[in-house]
Design a protein around this ligand. Structure first.
Ligand SMILES: Cc1cc2nc3c(=O)[nH]c(=O)nc-3n(C[C@H](O)[C@H](O)[C@H](O)COP(=O)(O)OP(=O)(O)OC[C@H]3O[C@@H](n4cnc5c(N)ncnc54)[C@H](O)[C@@H]3O)c2cc1C
Length: 474
């Protein structure tokens, strides 16, 4: 039987997952075309790598040898420039053509460059976004000599970048057009606490002040913010959000909208049954969530005949803001349903939990994220019926030990039972990670794996993206 030629455009997180599910099958020939000069890597850890350069070399989700061993034709440094739907060919920047039977768009998202005079369209290495490994490398080089760097955008990314830069260059100015930081994510108290912590770490914060203009001179940049204030800086990081990368799809006359490439429930384009879109470029309403990109890949692999993963839990969105003194974790459907707010301003801890039909479906924890594991457990396994009161008030010591089918690593869907089996076989953390893929997502479960080894399973909670991630990565 001739293998089905599946070509993936984009060598990012979704593509890597698809390779895990489809690589090595005799009925599939899988080709991945990635324009970055790196094997697929964990983009969600880029800011952590800004703080810890050694992490940069371990972001890869798999090695080139791993792809080779599964007969996945991974081509890096290769950009797809057009899709010839009639001939079922992808045209590359060098004129080469790659024929397909099924084409998967996994082109991710593109950081938005805000409409600021002097910032758009300029080729000035001092002004840039942070989205790729090469951006981290550029920023690290710039930071060494900079006296002051401005971060434009006070959402999760901007806050994380500002915190990562604080103490690494002379001064950091965080400029946000809204009156509070993290305004689309957190309530006023959390925003104020975040701002306070950043200020303590020396970050200068300008709120409600959109940047109007960037004036460029030989050695200096000046930002003009609304009201006319001028801020002199040596470099600018733009952290103003992202939009789906849909240019190729639109040029091939596939339906796209602001949310991405329009897809059916099997991730196919309604305009072409041979073209699919997954991850950040697909209009599924889950852009910016690595876990969602992986779930798309899992579901699409099943469309191509892969056996179901067999791990049953509800994929949940998680967002972590990791910054010194700022510990914020948003889990599940934190903006849905009715909410319960526990606000302990004296201790600077907040829990904002969302409940639907009597079930905990998500929430935001700030300051004290020790119960994050249980919150994640509740959101990803609604049938487990964790109540709000048990989540908040039960001592962690009295909480039941994780069951074998709880998740140790949520990113990779590794059950606690699998980890316990490896611990019994004498494996240390690195070996467990190698064998199961745990900790190759956000990496935060390394601390749980160590706890399972050190203390036995009884005291450990199901891990989640984010628990002690800051410690794990710094
Ligand atoms: C700094 C940062 C921090 C993040 N933190 C988190 C987090 O804490 N939690 C979380 O869940 N998510 C986080 N995310 C989002 C997460 O990384 C994305 O949701 C995830 O990477 C999406 O996977 P993807 O495969 O769709 O896209 P990507 O991983 O972005 O991969 C797309 C790839 O396609 C390539 N490409 C595009 N066009 C072409 C073309 N024409 N030809 C060839 N290649 C092409 C791109 O260069 C890119 O390499 C973060 C993202 C960033 C940038």
């Amino acid at each position: 039987m001739t293998p089905l030629r599946i070509v993936v455009i984009g060598g990012g997180m979704a593509a890597a997952r698809l390779a895990e599910r489809l690589g090595g099958r005799s009925d599939v020939s899988l080709t991945i075309l990635g324009e970055e000069r790196h094997v697929p890597y964990n983009r969600a850890l880029l800011i952590a790598a800004l703080c810890r350069p050694s992490l940069l070399s371990s972001l890869a989700l798999h090695t080139q040898r791993w792809f080779d061993s599964r007969n996945v034709d991974l081509r890096i440094g290769v950009r797809a420039v057009s899709i010839d739907r009639r001939r079922q060919n992808v045209v590359l920047h060098n004129g080469m053509q790659v024929p397909y039977d099924a084409l998967v768009l996994a082109t991710g998202a593109i950081p938005v460059v805000p409409l600021i005079s002097g910032a758009r369209g300029c080729r000035d290495y001092r002004i840039g976004t942070i989205w790729r490994i090469r951006d981290v490398q550029r920023l690290r080089a710039m930071v060494r000599h900079a006296r002051r760097i401005a971060v434009i955008g006070g959402g999760a990314l901007g806050v994380e970048v500002a915190a990562a830069l604080a103490g690494r260059c002379g001064q950091v100015a965080l400029i946000h057009d809204a009156p509070q930081l993290l305004n689309s994510l957190a309530n006023a108290a959390v925003s104020a606490a975040t701002a306070e912590q950043l200020r303590r770490h020396g970050v200068e914060i300008h709120l409600g002040r959109p940047v109007r203009e960037v004036r460029r001179r030989a050695n200096e940049l000046t930002l003009i913010v609304s009201g006319g204030t001028a801020i002199d800086v040596d470099g600018v990081v733009l952290a103003a959000g992202a939009r789906p990368a849909t240019r190729l799809a639109a040029a091939a006359k596939l339906e796209v909208d602001e949310a991405g490439v329009v897809v059916t429930d099997t991730f196919a384009s309604p305009d072409d049954p041979n073209i699919f879109a997954i991850g950040d470029c697909a209009a599924t309403g889950s852009r910016g969530q690595a876990l969602a990109a992986w779930r798309h890949a899992d579901a699409l692999a099943e469309v191509f005949g892969a056996a179901p993963g067999g791990r049953t839990y509800v994929p949940v969105a998680t967002l972590r803001v990791r910054a010194p003194g700022v510990d914020l974790l948003a889990v599940g459907r934190w903006q849905a349903g009715a909410s319960v707010l526990l606000d302990d301003a004296a201790r600077r801890t907040y829990a904002h939990l969302t409940v639907e039909e009597g079930r905990l479906v998500g929430g935001i924890l700030f300051g004290d994220t020790r119960r994050a594991g249980r919150l994640l457990h509740a959101a990803s396994r609604p049938w487990s019926a964790v109540s709000v009161s048990s989540l908040l008030f039960e001592s962690t010591a009295r909480m039941p030990a994780p069951r074998d089918d709880d998740l140790a690593c949520v990113c990779r869907g590794v059950p606690v039972g699998e980890v316990r089996r490896l611990i019994r076989a004498g494996c240390a953390v690195d070996e467990i990670c190698r064998q199961t893929g745990a900790a190759s997502g956000c990496g935060s479960c390394r601390t749980l794996l160590q706890a399972l080894i050190d203390e036995g399973a009884a005291d450990a909670e199901p891990a989640c993206r984010g628990v002690d991630a800051a410690q794990a990565h710094r």
